[in-house]
Design a protein around this ligand. Structure first.
Ligand code: UD1
Length: 343
């Protein structure tokens, strides 16, 4: 039987690269579309080392309609798109709103336009728990009311969800699955691919890793006076390998999807505080993390974690990997990139 082709936009990035590996291992033919503005084409070599198969690659800026057209025209028989390509730094989006709206929305519009033109039926979109803002209930279910975004980045996720909703409503042969990710962390167990932040990391896990590796002196823990069990912010940290499996499950689900669009929370269902994450890293690796309590960070919500029952029920998916393993894979990846930096 001929392999089904999936286009993975942003496939050289953190979540995209892990998804490309998982797709190949699940028997799909993978085509990566990326302009590598926040990633590197070397990731293609790493994917090839892990799976033994080099994904097809189109170096394309998806905000360029003509370039997007040309890239899609080379793969007219693709049966689906997993759309990751986007900018994702919350603070940067506040400083550069035009760049964020232009990049995240124009690329989506160009991708959808080509899907309609070529009759590519399925899109899986990477949305975010940020759409729940400071959630009105915990755990957050897919029915928990959406909140106005607190950053242009968050607004692009809300708008993208609506754009996809309207598109599939107008094209009944199209199907969409919106995956609302909670906080993805960790790396491939091989340590060959992982998260590669540019400059000073905004997110907790890469920051912890860089402190552990001696790249940074200490972690600033933003706030210890939240109304949470230990006073620290609580998030739902999901292993990247579990997270990417949800995409495979979503594609399989789309072959018999009754609705035109479904939304799923992709999280573990459990909250961990910043301090619990620090301790989990230390216990798993034996490496101590130097930290200091710092003021709260603007825009942080005290606590958010998922109810992921719907994904379990409809996709047959749930998170399985224990946090100790996640910490070990993250550390292995960090040590690999630290070796390269020194070498
Ligand atoms: C943010 C975004 C989310 C996005 C995710 C990944 C919002 C509100 N959140 O999640 O949409 O998907 O990044 O890009 O838009 N922390 C520290 N010290 C640090 C860094 C973080 O204490 O140096 C704390 C934060 O206060 C927070 C927790 O660690 O409590 C997690 O922060 P982070 O990894 O940045 O993720 P979120 O803000 O939850």
């Amino acid at each position: 039987m001929q392999k089904q082709t999936i286009i993975v936009t942003g496939g050289c990035g953190y979540i995209g690269s892990h998804t490309a590996v998982a797709l190949q291992q699940a028997g799909y033919n993978v085509v990566i579309f990326d302009c590598c503005v926040n990633s590197t084409p070397e990731t293609l070599d790493r994917i090839t080392e892990i799976t033994g198969v080099r994904p097809d690659f189109e170096h394309v800026d998806l905000t360029d309609a003509l370039a997007t057209h040309n890239a899609f025209e080379k793969h007219p028989h693709a049966c689906g798109v997993i759309h990751f390509a986007a900018l994702k730094a919350v603070g940067e989006s506040v400083a550069q709103p035009v760049r964020y709206y232009r990049n995240n929305l124009t690329s989506l519009l160009n991708v959808l336009n080509m899907m309609v033109e070529l009759n590519i039926p399925n899109i899986v979109f990477s949305s975010s728990a940020t759409v729940y803002g400071n959630p009105t209930e915990l755990p957050a279910t897919e029915q928990t009311p959406l909140q106005p975004a607190t950053s242009p980045y968050g607004q692009t996720k809300l708008m993208a969800e609506q754009i996809i909703r309207d598109t599939v409503a107008a094209h009944p042969n199209m199907h969409a699955v919106l995956l609302r990710y909670f906080n993805p962390i960790g790396a491939h167990p091989s340590g060959k691919i992982g998260e590669l932040p540019n400059g000073v990391p905004n997110n907790l896990m890469p920051y912890i890793l860089q402190v552990a590796a001696g790249w940074r002196e200490k972690l600033n823990v933003f706030g210890n006076d939240y109304q949470t069990p230990d006073g620290f912010c609580v998030r739902d940290y999901i292993d990247i390998n579990d997270l990417v499996d949800a995409h495979i499950a979503a594609l399989q689900y789309m072959s018999h999807q009754e609705n035109n669009i479904d939304v799923f929370n992709i999280g573990t269902g459990h909250g961990l505080s910043v301090m619990e994450i620090i301790r989990a890293f230390e216990n798993a690796t034996g490496v101590k993390i130097k930290y200091e309590i710092a003021p709260r960070r603007a825009g942080d919500v005290p606590a958010i974690y998922a109810c992921a029952n719907l994904a379990q029920e409809k996709l047959g998916w749930c998170a399985k990997i224990p946090v100790t393993e996640t910490m070990k894979s993250a550390w292995l990846w960090q040590q690999n990139i630290s070796d390269k930096k020194q070498g």
